[in-house]
Design a protein around this ligand. Structure first.
Ligand code: ADP
Ligand code: ZN
Length: 747
């Protein structure tokens, strides 16, 4: 058994960083990842609470890669294991899994590989781990680390309780010196306590990361004509995979049918189907053969598909926990994604009945309170993300800039007259009408309900015919929220005027109302909010960038089908988006794209470069004829079109540079890939702008590079220089040095 980790030198972190670049193609750790990895490499037990998509896997995979021996990962779901192992292999990391789906002879092969030290990661199900003889077998393996994934399954308080997990405490007894890392996306106190005590963790450090998912654009839309809105959205995002959550199995099926009838590749998924049926639908979705899954909340747990671009709630979720977990399935790759909640007051009423029926009074009270928080979220007039995070006891210092409210802040106006019309109509119809009927009366409709009640005779009949239905709908809900009337559930949901309502009616109190914004309008980002949201946001349909992205996506799908892996295992959407924006046409450029590691470059690099070249080449144009740049010269066509915005962007980067920010800081501040920032700096410097070159290469380093160039001669390529200097400098530094020397020569 290994104690490599406990005696590991404290400076393994640079190696970890290199591994991140080499195997995953990422330039930087996300917040916390580095600290977590350092803690593990120091041989300490670790608990990680991080939201879905936060990047938990890297936290144990990187230590596994840079340590001697094998990391044993306990994971509860077979599908998830398969996915992770496939992704690891695609990155060039030796990994395997053993569970009930793996045959005996294959298991034996894997076991042999583990014993001989050829595996960096071995995934096992808890059943397998605790089965006869397996722990003894593990004694023959040099184990670097145990990682317990989905660790909340250990807690009987949680929704995913798995009795096998409670026996994992045995690991500590059998392997007292091997560090354990437990990871989960559940952050509550009881779960955390259970994880620590039941796994017998020794003075663990607990890392609780922010639960914010800034790349998800949060939208709430009125519940009228949901189907129309869904179809409209899909028509505008014809390639983007998404999930629609519905309350009932029946709704799942009908919605899916309607989508199919309109030519959308959709399928439904719910607990009433056989495991085989469900497996098929899920698989087709993973492979991007189905664009849309219409599902009950039974769907999603244990699927790792990172390129889900949108999640819709066709019906109001019961509470914010559920809502947040479900929308969290969008955008795990960090690329811009959308969550749309359809909301109408009728949903609240329906849900209220559901969550209070057949449950003890106290539970009913709690469920109602949680539902009310959900309702407040849906009706909010201030930043939605703030409300969400606040619910999880987290505060966001500023409004998020990436929700419908932030993008299109509602303006208020004096709504007293509007309110008085509505209140008066309620009063004159003797407080017997519910919301929909009230709107019909105000708008002067001549339907049966209106005529039967004789409401066409009252004084305020038709007094609000100047406003469309949705406007009235919005204003009446605002009045409800403001407490001008309440709903008598026991009287057919009739509206009753409160004391406060009477004050408004009598003109003793004014009422500000928020202007109603139709949803389509609200979705269009303003220029300012677009910037705030993310500079790397999905390109608009029709731009050269978007067209290239589609081509890249098709290539990815073809490769994935050929290799029998899900497309996102080849490259994530975020990576393809960066490729479409950057158009790398050589090795250096391609390796500079976040998500392109060595192995992936070797396997797929050429095919993607070829496609980019066919599409008109790259934007990255070295501005001199230095022989250092003897890589394929990209064509200019696309570059010209985006010159202006590229120039603006370059200016901004240079400004930040002059403020003293490092390229890494700038990349983070601007939400741009590090490679983009470096290209900006390089291009600016090549144009003759003054930069603080010594921020990137010191005088002695410049001298070393100059000497090396002299030794190699003028014909040497950048790659030769890179190798000659034993990878001490990155390509950016070498390029900057070349420019610097050129300037010195007065060229
Ligand atoms: P979790 O297990 O927490 O849900 P994952 O480990 O699957 O999250 O990571 C989510 C996504 O983020 C993956 O596509 C992963 O490759 C990516 N990712 C993780 N760490 C980084 C990083 N440091 N830089 C860029 N992307 C990262
Ligand atoms: Zn916001």
């Amino acid at each position: 058994m290994s104690d490599t980790l406990t005696t590991a030198p404290p400076d393994l972190l640079p190696a970890a960083r290199q591994a991140l670049k080499r195997y995953y193609g990422y330039d930087n750790f996300r917040p916390m990842q580095a600290d977590i990895i350092q803690n593990i490499l120091g041989g300490k037990d670790t608990v990680v609470l991080m939201p879905t998509g936060g990047g938990k896997s890297v936290c144990f995979q990187i230590p596994a890669v840079v340590s001697e021996g094998t990391c044993v990962v306990v994971s509860p779901l077979i599908a998830l294991m398969k996915d992770q192992v496939e992704a690891l292999k695609a990155n060039g990391i030796a990994a395997a899994y053993i569970n009930s789906s793996v045959g005996q002879s294959e298991s034996n092969d894997i076991a042999r590989a583990a014993v001989s030290g050829h595996l960096k990661l071995l995934y096992v199900s808890p059943e397998k781990l605790l089965s006869d003889g397996f722990l003894q077998f593990l004694n023959r393996v040099n184990i670097s680390l145990f990682a317990i994934d989905e660790a909340h399954c250990i807690s009987s308080w949680g929704h995913d309780f798995r009795p096998e997990y409670t026996q994992l405490g045995a690991l500590r007894t059998h392997f007292p010196n091997t560090p354990i890392i437990a990871l989960t996306a559940t952050a509550d106190r009881l779960t955390k306590r259970d994880i620590i005590t039941q796994l017998n963790l020794h003075e663990p450090r607990v890392f609780l990361s922010s639960f914010d998912r800034p790349n998800i654009n949060l939208l709430v839309r009125p519940g009228q004509d949901r189907m129309g809105s869904v179809l409209d959205y899909i028509a505008r995002h014809p390639q983007d995979p998404g999930i629609i959550y519905c309350l009932s199995r029946k709704t799942c099926e009908t919605v899916a049918q309607k989508l199919i009838a309109k030519g959308v590749k959709a399928g439904h998924y719910h607990a009433g189907m056989t495991p085989l049926q469900r497996g098929k639908v899920q698989e087709a979705f993973l492979q991007d053969d189905l664009q849309v899954i219409v599902a009950t909340i039974a769907f999603g747990m244990g699927i790792d598909k990172s390129n889900v671009r949108w999640v819709m709630h066709y019906n109001l979720p019961k509470n914010i926990e559920g809502y947040y977990q479900e929308i969290g399935r969008a955008g795990r790759d960090g690329a811009p994604s959308t969550a749309i909640l359809f909301y109408s007051f009728a949903d609240v009423m329906q849900m209220r009945e559901m969550v209070t029926k057949d449950v003890p009074a106290r539970q009913a009270q709690l469920n109602t309170a949680k539902l009310e928080r959900m309702q407040q979220f849906a009706e909010a007039a201030s930043c939605r993300r703030k409300i969400l995070l606040n619910y999880f006891s987290e505060t966001l210092p500023q409004d998020c800039g990436n929700c419908d409210i932030c993008r299109n802040p509602p303006t208020t106006f004096d709504g007293t007259l509007i309110a008085q019309k509505a209140l008066s109509a309620v009063f004159r119809s003797r407080e017997r009408v519910a919301i929909n009927l009230l709107i019909d009366i105000l708008r002067g409709m001549r339907n049966q309900a209106v005529l039967q009640g004789g409401y066409d005779q009252i004084k305020t009949y038709g007094a609000g015919s100047d406003l469309p239905y949705l406007d009235w709908y919005s204003y009446i809900h605002q009045m409800l929220n403001d407490g001008l009337f309440y709903i008598a559930y026991e009287e057919g949901y009739a509206l009753k005027i409160t004391e406060r309502g009477h004050q408004v009616l009598k003109g003793q109190l004014a009422l500000p109302l928020k202007k109603f914004q139709p949803a389509e309008k609200a979705e269009k980002p303003t220029r300012a909010s677009k910037k705030a949201a993310n500079a790397a946001s999905t390109a608009t349909i029709g731009t050269p960038e978007a067209q290239l992205f589609e081509k890249l996506r098709r290539l990815r799908k073809a490769i994935a089908d050929e290799q029998g892996v899900p497309p996102y295992v080849v490259f994530s959407d975020a990576t393809l988006q960066e490729m479409a924006a950057e158009r790398p046409v050589n090795r250096v450029g391609m390796l500079g794209i976040s998500g392109v590691g060595m192995k992936k470059f070797e396997t797929y690099g050429e095919a993607f470069i070829k496609l980019i070249l066919e599409d008109g080449g790259g934007q990255y144009v070295p501005s001199d004829s230095d022989s250092m740049f003897n890589e394929p010269r990209p064509r200019l066509a696309k570059a010209e079109k985006t010159e202006k915005s590229a120039g603006d962007s370059e200016d901004a980067t240079v400004q930040f540079h002059h403020m003293g920010l490092t390229p890494e800081d700038i990349s983070e501040r601007r939400g741009l890939a590090l490679s983009t920032v470096k290209t900006h700096l390089y291009t600016a410097y090549a144009k003759g702008r003054e930069l603080r070159i010594h921020d990137f290469v010191s005088d002695s380093e410049l001298a070393e590079i100059l000497t090396a160039r002299a030794q190699l001669g003028n014909e040497a390529s950048l790659r030769d220089l890179f190798d000659h200097l034993r990878e001490k400098y990155d390509y950016f530094q070498l390029r900057m040095a070349a420019l610097y020397h050129k300037r010195l020569r007065g060229q």
